[in-house]
Design a protein. Structure first.
Length: 266
């Protein structure tokens, strides 16, 4: 059995600097997140990306538990653990107490296993980012699609400058019959935002074949434009990227929409 199969929904107590709360702890596989949901409302109270987790530490070694020392002194340390996560020097914490020692140990082992097996391929992580953004927006409505207004709010949130008119025109090319976006339309639209044909032409134009650049062209780009002497690491990345995307064992290449897409923070 996969060690991650242990992670079923479980009622726990979460401690933070401001409050303690009884929540449902679960793991969301598609976005690789630990989720805490309010028991009464079902709304997400806390979410932690496993891509940002630095340590899962057993016991009550956090300021959250110190803040609630009088409440937690009777709780066995073996039932508790702290997740340290973040991208800044000072990490955030998720401090929880589970019903039993066995359940706490099971969750810690499962989380450590999932952290070790985190997707590393560029395409897999990019797809997770797309899905997280999409689910964040649909979670705030009773629908499972995104409206034009929500898409405009998204571009503002990620600091992408685009006029309402241009956004509307692009939106209409990928919208469904109801005039909204499903996950596939959203992904296609954001890829359009991230792609700049002029950048591809300026950077890779003389090494590409139309809208595609193969492994030899990529190697020439590294050698002549980046002045790279040793580029085995980049070549390995190129091959892994193409394999993850298509699974093809033939000629490896990237198209223009892939060559310039940055990896957002997960």
């Amino acid at each position: 059995m996969d060690r991650a199969d242990f992670l079923g929904d479980i009622e726990i107590t979460r401690y933070s600097s401001r409050r303690k709360s009884d929540v449902i702890l679960s793991f969301q596989y598609d976005t690789y997140e630990v989720i805490c949901k309010n028991i009464k409302t079902g709304k997400v109270d806390k979410n932690v990306s496993l891509f940002q987790v630095k340590e899962v530490r057993p016991g009550k070694s956090s300021k959250d538990f110190e803040r609630w020392a009088s409440d937690t002194k009777k709780i066995e340390s073996s039932r508790c653990f702290v997740v340290f996560y973040g991208i800044d020097f000072r990490l955030d914490t998720l401090s929880v107490a589970l019903p039993t020692k066995k359940e706490a140990e099971g969750w810690m082992k499962a989380l450590e296993y999932l952290i070790e097996k985190r997707p590393t391929s560029y395409l897999a992580r990019l797809d997770i980012w797309f899905l997280k953004q999409y689910e964040m927006m649909v979670a705030n409505s009773n629908q499972h699609t995104i409206t034009m207004k929500q898409m405009k709010d998204f571009t503002n949130r990620v600091s992408y400058k685009i006029s309402t008119g241009k956004l509307k025109d692009t939106f209409q090319t990928v919208q469904d019959e109801d005039g909204a976006l499903n996950i596939f339309g959203f992904t296609k639209l954001v890829r359009e935002f991230l792609h700049d044909q002029q950048i591809f032409t300026d950077c890779f134009g003389k090494y590409a074949f139309g809208s595609k650049i193969d492994l030899n062209g990529f190697q020439e780009f590294l050698q002549h434009e980046q002045n790279e002497v040793s580029f085995n690491e980049y070549i390995s990345f190129f091959r892994e990227y193409v394999k993850a995307g298509s699974g093809s064992k033939g000629v490896a290449y990237m198209n223009a929409h892939e060559a310039g897409i940055p990896l957002p923070e997960l």
